[in-house]
Design a protein around this ligand. Sequence first.
Ligand SMILES: C[S@@+](CC[C@H](N)C(=O)[O-])C[C@H]1O[C@@H](n2cnc3c(N)ncnc32)[C@H](O)[C@@H]1O
Length: 313
Amino acid sequence: MKHIPVLLQESVEILLSGQSKPSGCRVMVDATFGGGGHTRRLLELGGKQLDVVAIDRDPAAIARSASLKQEFAARFRLLSGNFADFDLVLDEAGVGTIDGLLLDIGLSSFQLEEGERGFSFQADGPLDMRMDPAVGRPAAAVVKESDCETLTRIFRDFGEEPYAAAIARKIVAVRTQKPLLTTRSLALLISEMVPDYKQSRRHPATRVFQALRIFVNDELGALEKVLQLGLERLNSGGRMVVIAYHSLEDRLVKSYFREAAKGCICPPRVPVCGCGRVSRVKILHRSGLRPQPDEIERNPRSRSACLRAIERL
Ligand SMILES: C[S@@+](CC[C@H](N)C(=O)[O-])C[C@H]1O[C@@H](n2cnc3c(N)ncnc32)[C@H](O)[C@@H]1O
């Protein structure tokens, strides 16, 4: 099992080209360590003048860090925590301001392929989906305990599922006789509602699984917090790179960056600025970067990725 880092060259190049400290040691944070692919490349190309502090909320990711620790010693540190608590996690580790931040959000191939984690409808396992299995409610509990309106809202808001209400009604109708405790039982229930799904490109459970995962891990809430806290911590000239894999996340990142880039909003006829608003960031690559066809061919999981980046002014 292996995770192939997405938009690796592009993201690392953008981060290392920041000019926060033309001389002296720089500190960058990889807040989504996963398999350590981006962290490794940053350490390799950044040289002795770069330290990387990585974060992950998944204990299985933390356990994968031994070889990097051995190879890069004090230049590399891995912290266990949720990036929603960015300040707390970094403060506790004594990290001050930073010169770069990478967020490669979503799941690693390790998480997706491990049936026991319950993220994938392709591998049977307990319907769990928690990135940190010690925190929060597993997806099976959400499916068992939520009323029909709540389930509809989860599937619609986080999965953009057109049959959200019908799927929620079906779940509520069957769950008393047949508890939905495994990924396969939920995927089967959904596919039975769409009998001719084999003709379509995507499995009909794709959106519902995405929605439950986002809800269980409060992924959009965490992203909103880290964007804000990360920007506060970036030194001037430092850069933030975010790689998102679906439109909900990408929209959030795009609008946060646009808002932060907005300068004075006084009407043009006002001779002197009264709003006091100044741009806090410069947007790099305005329409985002997407993987080239050869990357998608090598790594089909990269196909939906969109990279957005800013530089702190
Ligand atoms: C797509 S993977 C990152 C892969 C990594 N860039 C690499 O190349 O190996 C995303 C990782 O971020 C972690 N993650 C997602 N949300 C998180 C959060 N709120 N706090 C901390 N880690 C999170 C996941 O557990 C997962 O390991």
